[in-house]
Structures are given as structure tokens and as C-alpha cells.
Design a binder for this molecule. Structure first.
Ligand code: FAD
Length: 442
């Protein structure tokens, strides 16, 4: 422990996402002056509110409004923009790689691991070259411009085969991220076709593939079936209990023998704990997650705390049925664990005992495009407009800072007044291309 040190205890928070930012926010408001210093390290200068990424991709919310600037909200913390490449808790040091590529060692007294998860990929031929995830603000911006630019390209060609490929959009993985991203993008593209005299919604092919026998495992099976029905009514093809075998050169082959060409392939088939954890001396389970106690301490590691997607925290609300149950990776747990973690960290600093984390899953809400949604919260099941309104109300209430909440509501109000904006800024995806062309005299 830090006891006996002359200066304030140095707390290092690895990761500035949900867990990292909320933990740091609570620490900065509850710690006494000179009791401890808090340093937050993240490769991005912002926290990303991931549940709003599908709406950012669809242009219903300005992308800048779904991120929270860390330096602005963590005024009493030291924010470092860099990637942690190694943690040696035995020596209480972390190696941080700066955006310019140089690395530095940072010492600490107490560590908080909040490194989240990454996309869980499979060795499918063509996936690395053709696929893109939908987990970051960069990917959301890319997807919006990419999908709209496919419409522009399709409306400009007379080549039927090319046109079909440009207008085929595949999403693999029917969890929150995949279903919402597909539904929001399809809704946007459907709306956009009104501005293309030679394109109709039926010219587009939207496909959702999932290995399981249902989608949205976060809601009840009945609501999952309802969601599939709603997507199919919109003409979206849903393949369940189906695997993607290959996608080389954009030629997609499914396990049931279906084949087609797609110019857009979005991979949202699950997450795994941040692989950088393998570069630490902290204990991991067989799935690469940090082994933690119910009080959010890293097992057998004094002065190390952790929470969120990168951890295996016992789910005390479910251990009666399954003694090995662990909390699932979602924002509901991440936010609550962060608050408990900060409380426990301060309690132990002051010589008190840490408390166990307990939360019974409250249910979920999902947006499926403008005025469409599905909700299953505390047993209350809603569909269509009420579910969509609940999705927006819930997430805007959860969005950190009044500033962000207000900006998002303003975005929604403007979209109601002036209709949605569906212009592709496709150049953003290749900003140097025009200059290179001019510089080469082409
Ligand atoms: C599109 C989408 C929609 C979602 N919708 C919902 C929803 O509706 N409801 C819900 O409950 N959950 C939802 N989730 C899940 C939810 O967002 C996550 O469970 C939550 O973000 C987990 O919080 P975390 O702090 O563990 O990880 P994150 O919030 O991902 O934070 C991890 C942080 O670590 C940083 N980091 C990564 N590597 C390093 C490194 N080497 N060094 C330093 N920092 C690093 C990252 O930049 C990031 O800021 C959604 C997720 C996605 C992708």
C-alpha cells in the first residue's frame, strides 16, 4: 500500500472509457486535497459513449457529441494521451507509448485497470482486409460516409453487377452493436434513396448473419423474435445459425451455401478482453479476462483494482444458479462497477473495508432506426415508437455531462425541424487522395 510515502498516493487509471472516466470522476470529487493524485491514460483524448455510435453513424447525432473530452471533465486529474503497452505491477510501473511513438515508464502506488475490450475476430479468409468493426467514433464516421458513398457510386454506374455489389451491406453479429448499427444505417440509406432518381430502397440488399439461433441476446427471446420480424418486414435478410466461411475480395460465402458480393462488411460478432493484459503480471482467466474479487480488486494483487469489459467479476446476483457466473460486458455494469470501485478504493485508503459489487441486470433498450425500437426493462416490454423513445430518453439521461446531453437533444430537435442530413463526406475517408493526384500532375 502507499502508506508511509511522503507525497500523495499516486493512482494510475489505465483506460479512460466508461470505467476509467467514471472512476476518475468520482475520485476527483471525493478525494481530499493532497490525499492522492489521479493520472488517467488512454490513447484517445476522449471517452466514447458507445451506445450512441449507431446513431452517430446514421447522422442523427453529431459524432463530436457522443464523446466526452477527458481533459475538460477531469480537471483535477492528470490526463495522458498514450497507449499502455506493458504493466509490471510487481515494480508498480506501466509503460506508456505516446502518439509520436516514444515510450516512457510511469510509476504508481495504486493501479486501476479499465482497459475494456476489443473485437473478437475469427480466422475467416478475407476478414482482416474486407471487414470493419463498429466500436469507435472513427468507425462510425467512416461507416456513414462509406454507406452514403456506395449509393453515389451505384447511382453513377451502368454496370449491373457492380451496382449490386455496391448496394449489398453485410453485418455479422446480432448483438446490441450489430443489430443497432445495421438498423440505423439501413434506415438512413433508405431515407437517402429519395434523392437518387435511379435508386429505390428495394435495390439495396442488407444482410444480418449470426451463428446463434436468435439476435439481441440482451432482451427476452420473444423480443428477439419481434426484432427479427421487424427487420425482415423492412426487407433485411436475417440468417440465423449461420456462419460466414469466407469473404475474400468481398465475395461472401455462408455456411448454408449462400454466396454474394458485398462492398460493405461490418464485423460485430462479439468482444474479448483487451489483449494488452497478456503483457502484464496480473492474473488472467482462460478467456484472457482479469480475475477479480467481488469487491473489484485484482485477485491476489494488493493495490490493483479493475472493472468493466476486461474483467471477470463474480456476478453475485446470479451465483445462486451458477457459482461461476461473472458480470457480462455491458455499460450497465461498467458504470456501476466504476462507482463501487472508486468508493472501495477511497475506503481502503482511509483504512476501511471494501464492499462487494452487486447489481441485478435491469434489462435493455435498443434503437432500430428513427421511431423504431425494442425495450425490455424490469420486465416491461415495449416495441416500436415507445421503445425508441425510451431508448433515447434512457441513453441521453446516462450521457455524461449536461453539455453533451444538451447538444445531443439539440441534434435531435434540428433533425426534426430540417429533416435528416444525408450527404456523404466520402473524402474524409481518403483526405490525401486529391492532393496526391494534383502533386503527381495526374
Ligand atoms: C456500438 C456499441 C453499442 C453498445 N450499446 C450498449 C448498450 O446499449 N447498453 C449497454 O449496456 N452496453 C452497450 N455497449 C457496451 C458498452 O459500451 C461497454 O460494455 C462499455 O463501454 C465497457 O466499458 P469499459 O470501460 O470496460 O470499456 P470501454 O468503455 O471500451 O473503455 C476502454 C478504454 O480503454 C482504452 N484503451 C484501450 N487500450 C488501451 C491501452 N493499451 N492503454 C490505455 N488505454 C487503452 C480505450 O481507448 C477505451 O477508452 C455497446 C457497445 C458498442 C460497441
Amino acid at each position: 500500500m502507499a502508506a508511509g510515502k511522503s507525497g500523495p498516493t499516486r493512482i494510475l487509471v489505465a483506460g479512460g472509457g466508461y470505467v476509467g472516466m467514471y472512476t476518475a470522476l468520482r475520485l476527483q470529487s471525493k478525494l481530499r486535497r493532497r490525499e492522492a493524485s489521479v493520472t488517467v491514460v488512454d490513447p484517445q483524448p476522449h471517452m466514447t459513449y458507445q451506445p450512441f455510435l449507431p446513431e452517430a453513424a446514421a447522422g442523427s447525432i453529431e459524432p463530436r457529441h457522443v464523446v466526452v473530452p477527458l481533459r475538460k471533465v477531469l480537471r483535477k486529474c492528470n490526463v495522458l494521451t498514450g497507449r499502455i503497452t506493458k504493466i509490471e505491477h510487481g515494480r508498480k510501473t506501466a509503460i506508456v507509448e505516446s502518439p509520436d511513438g516514444h515510450t516512457e515508464e510511469h510509476s504508481y502506488d495504486i493501479l486501476v485497470v479499465a482497459l475494456g475490450s476489443v473485437a473478437r475476430t475469427l480466422p475467416i479468409p478475407g476478414l482482416a482486409e474486407q471487414g470493419i468493426a463498429a466500436r469507435t467514433i472513427g468507425e462510425a464516421i467512416y461507416l456513414r460516409n462509406h454507406v452514403l458513398s456506395r449509393l453515389d457510386a451505384a447511382a453513377t454506374t451502368n454496370d449491373e453487377e457492380l451496382r449490386r455489389r455496391l448496394l449489398t451491406f453485410l453485418v455479422i453479429g446480432g448483438g446490441f452493436a450489430g443489430t443497432e448499427t445495421l438498423a440505423e444505417l439501413e434506415d438512413m440509406a433508405r431515407y437517402a434513396t429519395r434523392y437518387y432518381p435511379n435508386l429505390e430502397p428495394k435495390d439495396m440488399r442488407w444482410v444480418l448473419v449470426d451463428a446463434a439461433n436468435r439476435i439481441l441476446p440482451e432482451v427476452s427471446p420473444k423480443m428477439g423474435v419481434y426484432t427479427v420480424e421487424q427487420l425482415m418486414k423492412r426487407g433485411i435478410e436475417v440468417y440465423l445459425e449461420t456462419l460466414v466461411k469466407s469473404m475474400e475480395g468481398g465475395h461472401v460465402v455462408l455456411s448454408d451455401g449462400t454466396e454474394f458480393d458485398a462492398d460493405t462488411i461490418i464485423w460485430t460478432a462479439g468482444v474479448k478482453a483487451n489483449p494488452v493484459l497478456a503483457n502484464t503480471d496480473l492474473p488472467l482467466d482462460q478467456r484472457g479476462r482479469l480475475r477479480c474479487t467481488a469487491s473489484l480488486q485484482v485477485e491476489g494483487m494488493p493495490d490493483a483494482w479493475a472493472a468493466g469489459d476486461c474483467t471477470a467479476v463474480p456476478d453475485l446476483s446470479a451465483t445462486e444458479e451458477d457459482p461461476n457466473a461473472t458480470c457480462v460486458p455491458n455499460a450497465q455494469h461498467a458504470v456501476r462497477q466504476a462507482n463501487q470501485l472508486a468508493k472501495n478504493l477511497i475506503a481502503t485508503l482511509r483504512g476501511r473495508k471494501a464492499k462487494d459489487y452487486y447489481h441485478r441486470y435491469a434489462g435493455s433498450v435498443a434503437g432500430l432506426g428513427l421511431y423504431k425500437g425494442v425495450a425490455d426493462v424490469y420486465g416491461i416490454k415495449l416495441k416500436g415508437y415507445p421503445a425508441w423513445a425510451m431508448h433515447r430518453a434512457y441513453h441521453v439521461s446516462r450521457m455524461p455531462t449536461f453539455n453533451r446531453k444538451f447538444r445531443i437533444m439539440l441534434d435531435w430537435a434540428l433533425a426534426l425541424l430540417f429533416r435528416r442530413e444525408v450527404i456523404s463526406l466520402g473524402q474524409i475517408n481518403e483526405p490525401k487522395r486529391e492532393f496526391e493526384r494534383v502533386a503527381k500532375g495526374a
